[in-house]
Design a protein around this ligand. Structure first.
Ligand code: RAT
Ligand code: ZN
Length: 415
């Protein structure tokens, strides 16, 4: 038995370590979208997770205002000095930078940030993108394409080249969280929308979504929502979902992805790093699933507290695809717990992780760290199976590994 378990464990580690990954939610852009695609040492060091961390240890004289007024390399210097050198790179985000530099073959132990910067300065972004995808062993990554962001919309309207490894997704938050600004953007784009929620306005919103879908061919529509998200209720948000978003999603035949539980700007001085987390009401998702039996929904939730209830819901509705260990859940201890819980309740019918990479290079560490944790969870599960008398074949192990890292998602999309 023990040799069987040892060879199974080796096969699992190999499969999880080497399976190709489809990254189903990132904030990456094609190189043709210029400065929108973030990459390199300074972008990694100023990732909002690390900026938030800097201000847990920053000297009293260093205010957020002062930090934001500095050029990016100076901001990166401050993170390097106070987080990495004076306090230690133990957090997940800090360790991630180290893992990434290391996997790129850079001398991270030498702590030579200037040398590392020189190496990045010599890279050509198109080649570097291919190199990162190869190092992380990813076949494709889904972008977040937001037509409500004028800069992004301008790039999208120019039909610029996009490498095959980057897939589109239509991000529509303002429709649900800031209808006023959504109306302004749509008006600027020539839609006949009004702030007053009339049938005509909803028809126009639907046309806006259909138009963008036709243009970019998104894999899904997506929005991030607060812990207060309720459905149905008598808010404008419910009307927008029922009269514009769901009709458009059904017509295009794409899932509606909801990322639920973010408490926006609890400390606005920190910028993107200033958002927090709150426990949400999973019943809102349940009501959507009940109301739209022909719809498809992808959901990730930010609070650890919501995870179990969400898994139970996914057992009841094949139209719900649970994905990722999002943001504050993307820490090894929580990824381990969530992956085990999901396997126990859902088998492999979920996507164990998405990277949420905002900086290209992060694909390297986010996936290296996830693979390691998920491999050990799977070894434990297969060990239990072997003890129970089952003998998983190598092919089955590879099938299951791929399922968790993109295979189940592909199946869900094809349903
Ligand atoms: O994880 C993050 O980087 C967050 O700031 C958000 O981008 C979140 O993932 C989102 O897509 O809203
Ligand atoms: Zn995201």
């Amino acid at each position: 038995m023990s040799t069987e378990i040892a060879s199974m464990a080796e096969a699992v580690r190999k499969a999880v370590g080497s399976t190709v990954i489809t990254d189903i939610h990132t904030h990456l852009f094609p190189p043709s979208h210029g400065k929108l695609l973030l990459w390199g040492a300074d972008e990694m060091l100023t990732y909002h997770y690390l900026v938030a961390e800097l201000f847990t240890v920053a000297p009293p004289g260093l205010t957020c205002q002062k930090f934001w007024s500095l050029p990016k390399p100076k901001q990166a210097d401050l993170v390097w000095e106070h987080v990495f050198l004076r306090h230690g790179a133990l957090s997940e985000a800090a360790r991630g930078v180290i893992t990434t530099f290391n996997k790129l073959g850079l001398d991270v132990a030498g702590r030579d940030l200037d040398g590392i910067r020189k190496w990045f300065a010599a890279q050509k972004v198109e080649d570097y993108l291919a190199r990162v995808f190869q190092t992380a062993n990813i076949d494709s990554a889904v972008m977040t394409n937001n037509p409500f962001n004028p800069q992004e919309a301008a790039y999208l309207n120019r039909d610029l080249p996009c490498p095959d490894c980057l897939k589109p997704a239509l991000r529509i938050d303002p429709l649900l969280v800031d209808f006023k600004s959504a109306v302004k953007t749509m008006k600027d784009a020539g839609c006949k929308v009004q702030l007053r929620p009339t049938q005509k306005t909803f028809d126009e919103v639907r046309r806006f979504l259909l138009g963008w879908s036709e243009k970019i061919k998104p894999l899904y529509f997506a929005a991030s929502l607060g812990p207060e998200f309720a459905y149905p209720d008598d808010s404008l948000r419910t009307k927008v979902i029922d009269q514009a978003i769901m009709p458009a999603a059904l017509e295009v035949g794409v899932p509606f992805a909801m990322m639920i539980g973010v408490r926006k700007a609890v400390n606005p001085d920190l910028g993107d790093g200033g958002d927090g987390v709150g426990v949400a009401d999973v019943a809102a998702v349940m009501h959507l699933l009940q109301r739209y039996p022909a719809g498809k929904f992808m959901v990730t939730m930010l609070s650890r507290v919501n995870q179990h209830e969400l898994c139970v819901l996914a057992r009841k509705f094949g139209s719900l695809h649970v994905f990722g260990c999002w943001w504050f859940c993307n820490d090894p201890s929580i990824v381990e717990e969530m992956t085990r819980q999901r396997l126990e309740l859902l088998g492999t019918a979920f996507t164990c992780q998405h990277s949420d990479a905002r900086v290209l290079d992060q694909l390297i560490y986010k996936w290296a760290h996830t693979r390691k944790v998920v491999a050990e969870v799977l070894v434990g599960k297969y060990t239990d199976l072997v003890h129970a008398g089952w003998r998983p074949t190598k092919d089955e192990i590879w099938r299951d590994a791929r399922a968790l890292f993109g295979g189940s998602f592909a199946e869900f999309l094809a349903r």
